[in-house]
Design a protein around this ligand. Structure first.
Ligand code: AMP
Length: 582
């Protein structure tokens, strides 16, 4: 059987891995890099470009590019790209297709099956959308797993003979997850998971922006409205400063003008580690909430945790490291690169699914990260009040799980019941997230109080099936949680695949050239006017050469362009990516 690949489909970057021999490893992309930016573009000739080259193009031709579409998964939103509208699963499928091609090249075999990771807080629609994305890319999605679970799996796999408690603290760009896990005799048991879906590295950057604006006598919310260009550029400066503060004790931040420009003699503000730590203190207090909840749900104390594992780019921030050290009273672990650990765990999960002998002594169990239930009415003091959330599957129940709850009709001869399905922790449904509904019709006439059984089945992928059963009529209803674009029928899926097949992908082997071309184009505005003509001539020549398809011509033009870049003191490897271009 061919290998099952593990994919970390990230908001900013995506990675692909596979279990080879006796351990998980990462698969390089066409440029030899492990991280593929989750950016796609449509070129002038209609070809699809994915990754670094697309990210370069985003700077000069943003209307041809799409990024951060992971945030739109599970919604009906469409993204315009070169005049065509795409759904988030379609755009994600382009990234997945590119990773699949990298894996096929690396393994020298066709790849058909994959495990894909999602944030733990991803709801039903978002998980289904991820599955659809895989299918659109020609991949059978064997399992959707939670990102912190995957990270825990990497550590658990390497430490499986130990008997310990691990906690994974995962702070990404926009989200925070914490997962408590126990390892004993090869069994990796996820005990509890918690998080906040709107708390991440970006908020720390924003605190810095706020502090600097305050020093200038401005308030962030107001400045954002009145001087959006200044704030946008200052945010870029602060993102960069925040990263530098992970290495340096103090940094200088240049304050842009109102129009967003940064003159040579721009005013600067000095920020040291102490100022940064004080500024982000309220955010660290918020981090404590989900950590406490995960520990309480797992009936554990902070001191009982043996290893604290940091995952996600934002855990490189020193105030966060200090906070975690204080909270648990031990030095956090970062044996694995926080950018890679999720993907490696997906590859371990793939090996478990494939019954790989190297992991046959391992068993892994996961939990449902949130409570799932329905909207009901309650009778209180003779009055019927609606909008109450009744849990059916409680958070941190080990999955797969199937649970039933009996409800009854409220009024005589009630023929119809609408089962509204919610996810969340609040006792009122209005504060939870509606994920779908099920209409139960044909309830036989009779007095109020007829029994209706509602069954929730939550599978290993975190996908929910809802069934209703009317006791008297013996009629069964299955939920079709069809509120969103992700719920495609087989025929619709086939049509979507056929539609995407009309797209042509830029050849994998030429991606390095495409990246260099787009990078050079971006640099045109940066070189001095008297060097510009020569530079542009070299770019034109390179572009023309790429059009000929003749290897030697391309190589010659490429080396000329590289020489000119070197002469101008521009290093293509240095400049691509970086915070300031995100
Ligand atoms: P992720 O979603 O895991 O890629 O996390 C991205 C977040 O990590 C962003 O908010 C970045 O600002 C942050 N980040 C990445 N590298 C660093 C660093 N060296 N120091 C501080 N924050 C970082």
């Amino acid at each position: 059987m061919s290998h099952i690949i593990g994919i970390d489909l990230g908001t900013t970057n995506s990675l692909c891995g596979v279990f080879l021999g006796d351990k998980p490893r990462l698969i390089p992309n066409a440029l030899g890099k492990m991280l593929t930016p989750s950016v796609v573009a449509v070129l002038e000739d209609g070809q699809i470009l994915v990754g670094e080259a697309a990210r370069e193009l985003r700077v000069t031709q943003p209307d041809r590019c799409a990024s951060t579409f992971k945030r739109l998964m599970g919604s009906d939103a469409r993204v315009e790209m070169a005049g065509r509208a795409f759904t988030a699963p379609e755009l994600s499928s382009m990234v997945l297709k590119s990773l699949k091609a990298d894996a096929e090249k690396f393994l020298a075999e066709e790849v058909t099956d994959a495990v894909i990771t999602v944030p733990a807080y991803f709801n039903d629609n978002q998980r289904k959308a991820t599955k659809v994305a895989g299918e659109l890319a020609g991949l059978k999605v064997r399992r959707i797993i939670n990102e912190p679970t995957a990270a825990a799996l990497t550590y658990g796999f390497h430490d499986r003979n130990a008997e310990k408690k691990l906690i994974v603290v995962d702070l990404g760009g926009g989200t925070f997850d914490v997962t408590l896990m126990e390892v004993f005799e090869g069994t990796l048991e996820i005990v509890s998971t918690s998080g906040e879906s709107f708390l991440g590295g970006e908020d720390f950057t924003n605190r810095l922006v706020s502090v600097i604006l305050k020093q200038l006598g401005m308030q962030l919310e107001l400045a954002e409205l009145q001087e959006p260009l200044r704030v946008a550029r200052l945010r870029q400066q602060c993102e960069d400063a925040k990263r530098r503060l992970s290495e340096q004790t103090d940094v200088e931040v240049k304050v842009p003008e109102k129009d967003g420009t940064l003159p040579e003699k721009a005013r600067t503000v000095k920020i040291n580690r102490e100022t940064f730590a004080a500024a982000v203190k309220p955010l660290l207090d918020r981090i404590a909430g989900p950590i406490g909840k995960a520990l309480r749900d797992g009936r554990s104390e902070a001191q009982e945790v043996d290893d604290v594992i940091l995952v996600g780019g934002a855990t490189r921030m020193l105030p966060l490291v200090d906070f975690v050290r204080d909270y648990f009273g031990r030095e956090p672990e970062a044996t694995f690169n926080p950018d890679e650990v999720v993907c490696l765990g997906a590859a371990v999960q793939a090996a478990l699914i494939a019954d790989n002998r190297a992991v046959d002594d391992m068993v892994m169990t996961d939990v449902c990260p949130f409570t799932l239930g329905v909207n009901t009415a309650k009778e209180m003091g003779g009055q019927v009040k609606t909008g109450y959330f009744v849990p059916i599957i409680h958070r941190n129940t080990t999955i797969p799980v199937s649970k039933e709850h009996v409800f009854s009709t409220m009024v005589p001869n009630q023929q119809e019941v609408l089962v509204d399905v919610y996810q969340g922790e609040n006792r009122k449904v209005e504060n939870n997230l509606k994920i779908g509904e099920l209409r139960v019709t044909g309830v036989p006439p009779g007095p109020a109080g007829q029994e209706i059984y509602i069954r929730f089945t939550y599978d290993l992928n975190g996908i929910l099936e809802v069934e209703a059963y009317v006791a008297k009529s013996e009629k069964k209803f299955r939920a079709v949680l069809t509120q969103h674009a992700a719920d495609l029928t087989d025929a619709e899926l086939e049509a979507a695949v056929a539609n995407l097949q009309t797209l042509k992908y830029y050849p994998r082997e030429d991606q390095a050239n495409q990246k260099l071309l787009r990078f050079a184009e971006r640099m045109v505005g940066e070189v001095s006017p008297y060097q510009r003509e020569q530079f542009e001539d070299a770019i034109d020549m390179f572009e023309q050469a790429m059009g000929t398809g003749d290897r030697e011509t391309v190589e010659n033009a490429r080396s000329t362009l590289e020489q000119i870049l070197a002469m101008l003191g521009i290093d293509p490897d240095q400049a691509s990516g970086g915070a300031s271009f995100e």
